[in-house]
Design a protein around this ligand. Sequence first.
Ligand SMILES: *Cc1c(COP(=O)(O)O)cnc(C)c1O
Length: 402
Amino acid sequence: MYDFEIRHPPDAGGHFNGFGGKYAAETLMGPLAELEAAFYASWEDPEFQAERLRLLQQYAGRPTPLYHARRLSEEIGGAQIVLKREDLAHTGAHKINNTIGQALLAKRMGKKRVIAETGAGQHGVASATVAAMFDMQCDVYMGREDMRRQAPNVFRMELLGARVIPVDSGTATLKDALNEALRDWVASCENTFYIIGTVAGPHPYPLMVRQYHVVIGQEARAQSLEQFGRLPDMAIACVGGGSNAMGLLHPLRDDDIRLVAVEPAGYGLDGDDHAASLAAGRPGILHGNLTYLLEDDEGQIKGTHSISAGLDYPGVGPELAAMYEAGRLELETADDNEALQAFSRLSLCEGILPALESSHALAAAMRLAAKMKPEQMLLVNLSGRGDKDLDTVMQKTKEDAT
Ligand SMILES: *Cc1c(COP(=O)(O)O)cnc(C)c1O
C-alpha cells in the first residue's frame, strides 16, 4: 500500500515549475539546509520509515477507511461518491500525519523543543499531541483574535502540556502567527524544530509535508482497487494551505483521474471576504515561498474570510500553484452557505458530521457528481470531523432563524 519513492520532486532550489523556493532570512539558510539534508537522510532510512509507519498505524489509526456514501450518491443521482475518512484519524483530521513525521524528524535531529503556528488551533493541537508523546517542549504561536474565537482548542493544547503564545501583530490571525513562529526559529534553531502545518513555507517544507501526507492518496488508491476493482474518475479536496489536497491528489496525478481543488469563496469572490488564493489571487512571495496569494495593490497581504478557520489562509502551497498553472489541477470554489448546506446534508444522509473545511470539498463534489454518470466514481477527501465546528454551525443556524 505504501511506497517511499519521491515522485515529482522539486528542483535543487525547491522549485516546482518556478513556484516555491527559499525566500527566507539569511540566518535561516543554514538551518533550512540542515533540515533538508536531515529530511532526505531520514527518508532513506528504513528504521525511520518503519517507526513512522508504526505510529501512523498504532497511534493515528491508519489506514483510514474508504467509504462508499451510497445514500448520498443515490440522492444526487450522479456519480458514486466515495469518502476518504481522514476524520477518523487521531485528533480528528489529517494533520496528525504531518506532525508525526516532523516530530520524528525533530527527535532524530536531537531537538528538544518544537514550535508551531496555528489558526483555528487544529495544527496546534496536532503538534501538542505529538510533543506530549515524544516528551518535547512545545510552544504554539496563535493570533490573539484566533485564541478568542477558538478558546476550547487553546485549552486543549494546554491540557496536552503546550504553551500557547498570543500574537498581536497584523490582524492577530494565522499569517501573523506564522511570521512570529519564523522569527522565533531564527533565534532558536539550535535547539528548536519548527513544525509547519501545511505544504507552505520555504523549501524543504512543502516537499516534506507533502511526503508525510501521501499516505492518504496511496491508501485511497489501493483501497479503491481492492473495494471497487477500479480507480476513481475524479478526486477532490478542499484547499487551505493544501496539505490534505496534496496528500490525496499527489499519488493519483500520474493516473488518468481528474484532480480538483476546492477553495473557500466565503461571502463571495466579488468582494474581499474569501480566501480563494488560486481563483482570485496572483503570484507573489509569502512565508518563504513564491506562490499564488491574496494581496492588495500595495503588496499588503489581504485579510481573508471563510466560515472554516482551517481554510482561512491568504496563500496556497507552491506545488498546487504549479499543478494549477500546468493544467493538472481543476479549480472549484464553495462559499460559506454552500459549505453549511453540505455539512447538513452529509450529517442527515450518512450520519457523518464533516469539518466545515471538508464541507467545501463536499459541496463541490455534490455539484460535480450530479453532472456525472452513476457508473462513474468521485473520491472526496473528508479531511476532518465536524465536532470542532458545532459552535459555528449553531450560531449560523440561530442567525438564519431570526
Ligand atoms: C487544517 C485543515 C484543513 C486545511 O489545511 P490544508 O493544509 O489545506 O489541508 C482542511 N481540513 C481540515 C479538517 C483541517 O483541519
